[in-house]
Design a protein around this ligand. Structure first.
Ligand SMILES: [Zn+2]
Length: 112
């Protein structure tokens, strides 16, 4: 029997990044998938599952756990990678509009 465990903490994806929420799924102590979420916006920033662990629903399990813990959102469609888009389509759920002013879909005037 392998033991699956989901843990939640706050970590930095890299030295340049702000701390983010992180959900990790381990099987027998090995991390097989991680889901990173922006603390301020709830936007999913990274979903990482090493190739040898893909196809087991690990990322989807993390998504469901994270979504039951806090409000999380997929990245705006225009910002997603191909994999990110497939992931969002497969697990469903809400997405954020672009909040960075780089997409025309939802024009918004700057507040002075
Ligand atoms: Zn944008």
């Amino acid at each position: 029997m392998s033991e699956r465990q989901i843990t939640r903490d706050i970590a930095q994806y890299s030295d340049q990044d702000q701390p983010m929420h992180r959900w990790s799924l381990t099987v027998d102590g090995d991390t097989v998938s991680e889901l990173w979420v922006d603390i301020a916006t709830g936007e999913i920033r990274q979903v990482e599952t090493p190739a040898e662990h893909q196809g087991n629903g690990y990322a989807s399990a993390l998504y469901r756990q994270a979504a039951s813990d806090i409000e999380i959102y997929h990245a705006p469609e225009t910002h997603r990678t191909y994999e990110g888009h497939r992931f969002a389509r497969s697990v469903g759920g809400e997405a954020l509009p672009c909040q960075h002013g780089c997409c025309d879909a939802d024009p918004d005037f700057d507040e002075e």
